[in-house]
Design a protein around this ligand. Structure first.
Ligand SMILES: Cc1ncc(COP(=O)(O)O)c(C=O)c1O
Length: 396
């Protein structure tokens, strides 16, 4: 698409997604759909209602982690029987709301939560389906902030305690144990840690059988990495076929919770160069986009390609690409060879996941608009904040 032309009518910075690319990614999962698989898109990656609606229309269910995310998917008319609820700190109101919605199951992360769900279910006279999130203690090579399956992470029940928790759960009247799950991290680029996890999880399922606890599903979480720079990523087909083969002998439904790999490479952030500041020590490109719109670079040391929209013959220089926010952590890229001029447009690539959802109003900056390209048309799917909206909940 001609970003220059599109931008003539739009205010930078803005997010732009491609419907075709999202569909392509969904298809590469959904072609493996059967009565023994369920794909639950992880809403946290990108929770825009239009994108959720598109994802639901192609048959995926959802993985939510808050009342708010559940409210979003209920708003777009998602099938509650395809919704799983993850997260370490589900509040009582959140549990009650999820029970009222009739979700498929809770991924339970502590003994306390097991009791909280049991109490809420008993109070409204229903049975809650639960799956225990087990922490398989595997190491994944990713940023420490997005590794979740190691002993020191807050997520899941330690492997060695899992059997005991299942036995305790089996005694609670208002719970029905239906599954087991793990999620070992995000932006994972090798299949080894999944296979290691499956090995221990299968051993546990075997132990559970001996205790007459039969599971109907195993949820392998999300985590598949995408190519931001030069990573070797796991092919989705290979990933799914390998997991299905690995679990073939169990005759069990397999759930997947992909997030980043559904939307990550389908979005860009378009921004304009405001100023160029060159000093003896460093050169800076100062954009109108900042860490308020995209916090992944300072938060996770994440790399995003930043590409000029116009091709120029002028010489390249190295720049730190920064925003207007008053923090030294406000950068989108460091030491990038660029040849741009003031008021040129640049595109920050692969921001479809954990981009807009992590944006903030820091420095009282309005969150940017989001657009989607569908069949060659640009449609707005969220307007930029107005300053009045930002101030609306404050009292004088
Ligand atoms: C429980 C759970 N499932 C799925 C995901 C999605 O992970 P990803 O976006 O890496 O596929 C996450 C993300 O952290 C998660 O916490």
């Amino acid at each position: 698409m001609d970003i220059d032309k599109i931008s003539k009518n739009l205010t930078t910075p803005y997010y732009l997604y491609s419907e075709n690319l999202i569909k392509e990614n969904i298809n590469s999962y959904m072609k493996h759909a059967s009565e023994n698989t369920l794909f639950c898109y992880s809403v946290k990656a990108n929770s825009n209602l239009s994108i959720l609606k598109l994802i639901a229309s192609m048959g995926m269910g959802f993985d939510v982690v808050s009342r708010g995310e559940l409210f979003r998917v209920m708003t777009i008319g998602a099938d509650p029987k395809k919704i799983v609820y993850s997260g370490v700190g589900k509040g009582k109101d959140e549990i009650k709301y999820a029970l009222e919605c009739g979700i498929l199951c809770f991924n339970v992360e502590s003994e306390g939560e097991l009791h909280a769900i049991n109490e809420q279910a008993s109070a409204i006279n229903c049975t809650a389906n639960v799956s225990i999130r087990v922490n398989p203690d595997v190491t994944v090579e990713t940023h420490p902030y997005i590794s979740t399956g190691m002993k020191e992470n807050k997520f899941g029940i330690p492997y060695k305690n899992a059997l005991d928790i299942y036995l305790k759960a089996s005694k609670l009247q208002s719970l029905k144990i239906i599954g087991i799950d793990f999620h070992i991290g995000s932006q994972i680029t090798s299949i080894g840690p999944y296979l290691d996890s499956l090995k221990s999880i299968k051993a546990l399922i075997h132990e559970l059988k001996k205790e007459n606890i039969e599971l109907s599903h195993i949820d392998v979480g999300g985590g598949l990495g995408i190519k931001y720079k030069d990573e070797n990523i796991i092919n989705k087909d290979v990933f799914i076929s390998t997991i299905i083969d690995e679990l073939n002998d169990l005759n069990i439904t397999i759930l997947f919770e992909p997030g980043r790999s559904v939307v990550g490479d389908c979005g860009i952030l378009v921004s304009q160069v405001q100023y160029i500041k060159e000093t003896d020590d460093k050169n800076f490109l100062i954009l109108d986009a900042s860490m308020s719109e995209l916090i992944r670079p300072p938060l996770y040391d994440a790399y995003h390609n930043i590409t000029p929209v116009y091709k120029k013959e002028s010489m390249y220089k190295n720049y730190d690409i920064v925003g207007p926010v008053c923090e030294s952590a406000d950068f989108l890229g460091k030491n990038r060879p660029m040849n741009v001029d003031v008021s040129d447009l640049v595109v920050v690539e692969d921001v479809g996941a954990y981009g807009f959802v992590l944006s903030s109003n820091y420095n009282t900056r309005p969150k940017p608009a989001e657009y989607i390209i569908s069949n060659g048309n640009i449609n707005i799917i969220r307007s930029a904040d107005t300053l009045d909206q930002i101030l609306a909940n404050e009292l004088l």
